[in-house]
Design a protein around this ligand. Sequence first.
Ligand code: F6P
Length: 409
Amino acid sequence: MKGNIVVGQSGGPTAVINSSVAGVYAAAKKLGVKKVYGMVHGIQGFLADNLCDLDEYLSDETGIEMLKRTPSAFLGSCRFKMPKIEGHEDVYEKVFEIMEKHDIECLFYAGGNDSMDTVKMLSDYAAAHGKPQRFMGVPKTIDNDLPITDHCPGYGSAAKYIATSLKEIIRDNASFGVEKPTVCIVEIMGRNAGWLTAAAALSRGADCEGPDAIYLPERVFDMDKFMEKVKHLAATKHSVVIAVSEGVKIADGRYVCELANENVAVDAFGHKQMSGTAAYLAQAVAAETGLKTRAVEFSTLQRAATHLASLTDINEAFQVGFDAVKAAEEGKTGMMITLDRNGDDPYQCGTSAYDIHAIANVERPVPDEWITEDGCDLNEGYEKYARPLIMGELQPLYVNGLPRHLVRK
Ligand code: F6P
């Protein structure tokens, strides 16, 4: 590659999105790319010419190792929707003007469905206007809902955190009282896809019974049936733990969290901000049954827990960044790197590049065949799929008793 490159991060952060930046940087250096720029706060920052030089942070081996152990988006993220091209050519021209100014030949964007839309729009504009610059998507999302790819970097680590924390919550919840059970409701992110909530099932094992029910957004949430189930569980057990997706909806299409708060905030992509599902359900159970309840919302903890990241996930996040640069070097553009599973025993996964048009803005749900008939649990098909993704650990670098992170100046 003769010119420079730029890498950006977009959308909700993950525990391993920085490993993808490390992968992009490592590949670029291997290929002799002169400068690797980072977009500060994604495409929104890029449009304001807000760039940093990654050599400042990563030119020695410690930098890359520190970055792999740093949660969230080291470069800063954004939720910025590229406008439709017609009538907004100035926005697109600005991107190319900044690329030319810094001699940037290729742009790499790490993100989920919405961020892949940015890659699509920019590569389409380049194709339509005879621009030579290239655009590559690097997959990332704890929601695990990108199509085509077997799974998404960020998912395995969030799943590992969720399963681990559920084991701990289940132990805690089981420690009190034998007469009246405590009902603990745990809310898990993932928006309209239940992949992350499904990870609650991974807590099950020789030392843990797992949650008593798992509610995914792939199934309509029925308040009466839920209440019936809780009452039945409470009558037969001294501890009840239920995992629920933030994205569960009742039959009329409203999110459960909207029942508590009608005026939920909406982002640039029209996504409603979800929060408060567990609190709403816990209150409803307490009011109906008089039982002690607790609501736990993992919120940002589940996507920032690099101290508990999956090594498989870290390595794959690095690999997709690395391979995106290799693909761009081969002249590819308007594509996203996918993770392609080649085997489960032992687990093996390769990568390839796939047309961004089949990926941008598409949400992939949990397959029906992995959800149990009552809609409240996952079967062994899911376990077989997900277990390899949470394997392995990377020890944080501890300083003064706490993990040390790499922070942009
Ligand atoms: O898309 C990733 C994600 O973490 C979703 O699971 C969640 O609904 C959303 O982002 C939250 O976004 P924000 O942090 O912007 O509220």
